[in-house]
Design a protein around this ligand. Sequence first.
Ligand code: SF4
Length: 202
Amino acid sequence: MPQNSQRLIDTDVYSTHLREKAIDLDGRKLLVTNFHRTEQEKDLTEPPNCGGFGRVRHFRRATSPGWIANPLPLDPACKALSLPRADMMRAQVFQNAACNWRCWYCFVPFNLLSANPKYADWISAAKLVEMYMEQDDPPVMIDLTGGQPDLVPEWVPWMMRELQARGLSDRVYLWSDDNLSNDYFWKYLSAADQELVATYNK
Ligand code: SF4
């Protein structure tokens, strides 16, 4: 359902505000949405997993009639994991609890985008990977979504290091995309973290 907002967002100011509320650098934790007892939970085709912090998404190549097929992230994932071409893949989704925009078409309720601790909790990358591994038949893909993941660009390299430490980096495909509104990857990540993201599993 469209969710209209009458106020214009100052993206830079709001991004700064939300970043402060959505990442704990000293504790190396992120504010991650818990879907239990949220409006979004009612939209899920499968119940939340990972203690409420995860959900399973089905990426499909086919789109709506008249639209071109979507190869992302199916084709790069299959290539990286040496899997045959797939038209559908399950992905383990984790959702950061902040976004600096309020698109009218967004399927995420706005109260899950404001870094509201009522619907989220502080979780480390290690804990996310641990919960992911504890489930039966974990998907071969983890999708770090939002929200706006680039408000907390540390999330991706932190997850990469946890997957590497467990020997999972060549068996689990890590995917993340964002709304391209920030330059936080370059502004906040160390050179070592940028290098890790650029060279991960190459
Ligand atoms: S950028 Fe994405 S998560 Fe943020 S409001 Fe728009 S659709 Fe929703």
